[in-house]
Write a protein of this length. Structure first.
Ligand code: FES
Ligand SMILES: [Fe+2]
Length: 457
């Protein structure tokens, strides 16, 4: 059972603080293995990685390893990756390997040869009579894990019963479904073992409040004042408007007019800058090319709202001509969708109509000072035109990840170290712009039974 917390979603607008034990404590990291990871829905892998029936992928988190197997057009089974005989992993998952993939009709244990079908039934035991009838099917089958799909991802939940994936995703699922993320495909996908806690890492991608201090070059192209909205488990941020002038030019999402007197020019400058420094995501070739034409296609003095509307219309037509069909997203959903969503506990999705930049972080063994960090770009491609990609392990450099992510990396490690200081009096998150983070700790406390944010008095 989750522990009730006294801080409600509405209270997140107040100045709050939360402790550093979740980032630093080895005991806390060990407790997550019992209290958090076995009890939440976790995004395991993209559906596109399961092509044929029998395709399997392992998903590891902390000490747990799960085998997910495609069993039909849109159906999957998931099992704990352990043989019920004497506990050997059925599929070896060496440290340092992102995930193990293959195609099998049967899983044969490497130790004594017990064999399992893709339904998890045991279909072979050497010398079964020696057990004198004690080996009933429920003792010899694989341990099942709940599995479902949404958004083009396969998700797992180790808790045998509980809320459905749809219920878990709550409003985030309803809003993001309009973006048809399931029709996007990987453009690139990268991972690294990084020297900070998994929470330090994901929190570096929860708020645009850091843009002014970290990505200073972006200030030439746009304003980055942000709002954040907490739902129950999940949260969203978007670009906010402090004044009327900004309201005219700034939208909540990444595809917006930039800073400057001529929105035809600033829209292109911002889109190009984002695209080139975000490792060619956060926009698309089509959007950047259409933005570049704005100065030719629109008269000087066109208001920002009309510039954005024209940009979207012409990019949509360009994409349609190459076989990329945009989903129709109602204006109110577009507004609610904002810039980027944080799905509890370890996912961030920055969405556009034709692209998404996604992050996932996971613990690295029992070490609170390390994590597995992953970022990947999704894009809407013409049928059959998506590139073949694999998970690439990459050093955290600008060459590998783009200038903007390298700037984020250049904080995370030092946040992890700084929080250990005796001189650190505790966190002071921004009540307007960093509410995704306080909501994350509010939810974390429910699972962990400790660490609830408290009001700064
Ligand atoms: S541990 Fe798997 S067959 Fe013995
Ligand atoms: Fe950043």
């Amino acid at each position: 059972m989750n522990k009730p917390v006294s801080i409600a979603v509405e209270d997140l607008a107040q100045p709050l603080t939360y402790g550093v034990a979740p980032f630093l404590s080895p005991d806390y990291a060990r407790a997550e293995k019992d209290r958090l990871w076995p009890r939440v829905w976790q995004l395991a892998e993209r559906v596109e990685d399961f092509r044929d029936v029998g395709d399997f992928v392992t998903y590891n988190v902390a000490d747990e390893s799960i085998i997910i197997i495609k069993t039909g057009e849109d159906s999957y089974n998931a099992f704990h990756n352990v043989c019920p005989h004497r506990g050997r992993q059925l599929v070896d998952t060496p440290d340092g390997v992102h995930s193990v993939r293959g195609n099998r009709r049967n899983f044969v244990c490497g130790f004594h040869g017990w064999t399992f079908d893709t339904e998890g039934n045991n279909v072979y035991i050497l010398d079964q009579d020696d057990w004198k009838g004690a080996l009933t099917p429920d003792r010899t089958c694989l341990s099942r894990v709940r599995v479902d799909s949404w958004g083009g991802w396969v998700w797992i939940n180790m808790e045998p019963e509980g809320e459905t994936l749809t219920a878990f995703l709550e409003r985030a699922g309803e809003v993001l479904t309009h973006f048809e993320l399931d029709k996007m495909r990987y453009k690139w996908r990268q991972w690294a073992v990084y020297p900070c806690n998994w929470k330090t890492a994901i929190e570096a991608f929860m708020e645009p409040y850091h843009v002014a201090g970290t990505h200073t070059q972006l200030l030439d192209y746009g304003d980055y004042y942000a709002y954040s909205v907490a739902y129950d488990k999940h949260s969203v941020s978007g670009f906010d408007q402090k004044g009327l002038a900004a309201k005219m030019s700034q939208g909540g999402s990444v595809s917006r007019a930039g800073k400057g007197n001529d929105p035809r020019v600033s829209t292109y400058a911002l889109a190009r800058e984002n695209y080139e420094t975000l490792n060619y995501t956060g926009s698309s070739d089509t959007l950047v090319a259409a933005a570049k034409r704005l100065v030719e296609e629109l008269p000087e003095g066109t208001p920002a709202g009309e510039v954005i509307a024209h940009w979207m219309k012409s990019a949509k037509a360009d994409d349609a001509a190459r076989g990329v069909v945009w989903p129709e997203i109602p204006a109110d959903i577009m507004a609610e969708a904002g810039l980027a969503w944080s799905l509890f506990p370890n996912i961030t999705i920055l969405q556009g109509v034709t692209f998404a930049l996604c992050y996932r972080t996971r613990p690295y063994g029992d070490d609170p000072d390390k994590c597995i960090f992953e970022a990947y770009a999704l894009e809407r491609f013409p049928d059959g035109a998506a590139p073949a990609t694999e998970w690439r392990e990459c050093d955290p450099t600008a060459e590998q990840w783009g200038a903007v992510l390298a700037q984020d990396f250049a904080n995370m490690e030092w946040v992890q170290k700084g929080m250990k200081s005796r001189g650190f009096r505790g966190t002071l998150p921004n009540p307007h712009q960093e509410r995704k983070i306080t909501n994350f700790h509010r939810n974390l406390a429910k699972f962990m039974g400790t660490g609830e944010p408290r009001l700064l008095k």
